[in-house]
Design a protein around this ligand. Structure first.
Ligand code: AHR
Length: 659
């Protein structure tokens, strides 16, 4: 009997221990003890005009080389005439009169019986949608009546799928006028083109020959491709970095990005060559130029539209150090610094200020609320620090409230990085921009990178990153599930360290399937469709579930950053009252993960799980096919604050539970 009692007591004791102590592998989430704030800017986007990102991409203009300013003035155009007559189509240059847009086309039709036409091939063809309205326009001069222009949309098989005519009014003397006509298409085409044929006789001067679809973002005439912008809006990004990227620096300083040249009427925006035109001998893109139809005004407007903070990056007086590495002498840096000061005035200034008035005249009297700005893109060395100091002094003196983003170079380690990191921290840099284009293994091994960073002082902007399935700039890089999963694992480390990392963005953002220079990229498009990569879903899921405060998620009192191939982070969202846990399993085996939610009472109810998974780490999403990797929702029961996540092999799971 005594033995029996003793055994019973032992059983009770073991039972009690079982209910009080945490089993060894439970993840304990403490919801009532936030350890860091998540900045509203935490997850954002990096936009650069690379891979036909702007011209041929989000800027919805369908006519390539609309102003005949490419190095080869008739690139993208074909002239056809039934009887060859010398001088029927001439490229004229009025450089002395119109510096920004010197060239135009003179078409002279001498015989009514002749057929004469010009055809534009578009950017890798033109995407035409059945039944949609298309808006054609041009600037012209016509000394005498007699010419009618017939505008036609042509399908990939040569069929006319929409047309209209235009008989421009005679213009007096040298005056340029705008003529426009709109018409609907009767069919779709993935790679259509536009034909203009001339009826009658006479001479017409033509410039800025343009064709836009009417279904642009927010229906703005001359605006952006709505399907591509919607992909960005869906991410609810905290910021948009713009315009790059190396494009900020330029191959040499003459082709650096200059924001002031991207404002006002499109015919006054001087076109320049895109640096990605000739950057890679293995991916030449000789028809890649920057028209700046998408300029700085449109950029600020877009940021406002989608609720993202603008983050413009300015040239710091240095051309790309992989190219010419030109630097502006320190005593001649003033115009560059002035550009930075003026940009702040353009974004935020009173409508009576010089640049605030320019903004107001373009249609936006209210400020754009610019709060941060990058000085230099991927610049390095003492030459960068010297120039940065000049910028910082001038900007902080006039606008102390603006946070400055500074470059830590091209790599997240090595001598260049160490030098810059030390210098920037001694300068008390607001935000340090780090870039990593690395193999998936690097991302897994570096999920703890920021655990040991100083908690005070400069914050980190993970400004450009992407896991490379092959090597950086290799054409064999794929946006496969392995790369996306490793990014998700790494991002749990960024989130855990939200007191150090205040911003992060994948790069590059867009790529056209027929016109890319760099891979991998977040979103692939053709002329009519967009394709979300697995990497896009990872970015989006972090961004739309960013929460407001990080809370601890520990297993055996340690963060989960690679043990058993698992990675985890957790946030709470004050606005929705939810706990959001991100869990990444990079192993080939399914794992059962018990979770204990502490600090919010004995919670019971249903939690949702959003899961991205594939058994194939090589899985990719291909345009036009059902996505191989996409988010799927499931439910899971929470009982007394406990639940179990069955993490599939190679999976990224987001748990959401209303506290
Ligand atoms: O994202 C592509 C390029 O990578 C960027 O332009 C540059 O900043 C980096 O080297």
């Amino acid at each position: 009997m005594r033995i029996k009692n003793w055994i019973a007591a032992l059983v009770l004791l073991i039972g009690a221990q079982h209910t009080n102590a945490q089993p060894k592998n439970d993840i304990i989430i403490k919801t009532n003890a936030p350890i860091a704030d998540v900045q509203p800017t935490m997850w954002g986007i990096f936009f650069e005009d690379i891979n036909l990102g702007a011209d041929g991409g989000i800027y919805a203009e369908l006519v390539k080389n609309r102003s005949f300013e490419f190095y080869e003035p008739m690139m993208g155009w074909k002239v056809r005439q039934s009887t060859f007559r010398e001088g029927s189509v001439l490229v004229l240059n009025r450089k002395e009169l119109a510096g920004a847009n010197p060239r135009f086309l003179r078409v002279k039709k001498r015989e009514a019986a002749d057929t004469l036409s010009i055809t534009n091939e578009g950017f890798r063809g033109m995407g035409i949608k059945k039944g949609l309205r298309y808006d054609f326009s041009l600037l012209y001069r016509l000394p005498a009546a007699g010419l009618t222009l017939h505008v036609e949309l042509i399908s990939s098989t040569g069929k006319v799928i929409g047309s209209s005519s235009l008989s421009p009014a005679v213009t007096p003397g040298e005056e340029w006028k705008k003529a426009a006509v709109s018409f609907n298409s009767t069919d779709s085409a993935l790679r259509g083109h536009m034909n203009i044929w001339f009826e009658g006789t006479g001479t017409i001067d033509m410039d800025i020959v343009s064709l836009f679809p009417s279904d642009t973002w927010k229906g703005r005439p001359g605006g952006m491709r709505a399907d591509m912008i919607q992909m960005l809006a869906d991410m609810k990004p905290g910021f948009i970095r713009f315009p790059g990227g190396c494009i900020v620096e330029g191959h040499d300083l003459s082709v650096r990005y200059q924001w002031k040249k991207t404002l006002g009427p499109i015919e006054d925006r001087q076109l320049i060559v895109n640096r990605w035109n000739y950057e890679f001998a293995h991916r030449p893109t000789p028809d890649y130029f920057q028209t700046f139809g998408l300029g700085f005004y449109e950029y600020f407007q877009l940021a406002e539209d989608i609720g993202a903070s603008p983050l413009p990056i300015l040239n710091c007086g240095m051309a790309c150090q992989f190219n010419t590495a030109e630097v502006v002498p320190l005593d001649q840096l003033d115009p560059y610094v002035q550009d930075a000061l003026d940009l702040i005035e353009f974004a935020n200034g009173d409508v009576n200020s010089k640049w605030g008035k320019v903004r107001a005249d373009m249609g936006h009297p209210a400020p754009f609320h610019l709060k941060m700005m990058g000085i230099g893109n991927e610049n390095w060395g003492p030459q960068y620090i010297e120039r940065l100091k000049v910028f910082t002094k001038a900007i902080k003196e006039k606008y102390p409230e603006i946070n400055l983003v500074n470059s830590s170079g091209t790599d997240p380690n090595g001598d260049r990085y160490d030098y810059l990191n030390k210098e920037l921290r001694s300068m008390h840099a607001d935000i340090i921009d780090e870039h990593y284009y690395r193999r998936p293994e690097w991302f897994l091994q570096n999920a703890r990178r920021y655990d040991s960073f100083p908690r005070n002082g400069s914050r980190i902007f993970a400004g450009e990153y992407a896991a490379q399935s092959d090597r950086t700039v290799s054409v064999y890089n794929k946006n496969n599930w392995q790369t996306a999963l490793s990014e998700a694992a790494f991002m749990t480390g960024l989130e855990r360290n939200a007191d150090v990392v205040s911003m992060a963005s994948y790069a590059p953002l867009f790529a056209h399937v027929d016109g890319w220079q760099w891979t991998p990229d977040l979103i692939w498009v053709d002329n009519l469709r967009v394709n979300a990569t697995p990497n896009y879903y990872v970015q989006k899921l972090f961004s739309v579930n960013k929460g407001t405060h990080v809370v601890s998620a520990l297993r055996n009192k340690k963060v989960l950053a690679g043990e058993d191939s698992l990675y985890a982070s957790a946030v709470i969202d004050d606005a929705t009252g939810e706990l959001i846990v991100k869990m990444v399993n990079v192993s080939a085996k399914a794992q059962t993960i018990p979770l204990n939610i502490e600090g919010a009472g004995k919670l019971t109810g249903k939690a949702t799980l959003t899961v991205l998974r594939s058994d194939e780490t090589a899985a990719v999403n291909t345009i036009g096919d059902a996505p191989a990797v996409r988010p799927l929702d499931e439910g899971v029961e929470v009982k007394n604050g406990k639940l179990v996540i069955d993490a599939s092999p190679y999976s990224f799971t987001i748990l959401k539970f209303k506290l």
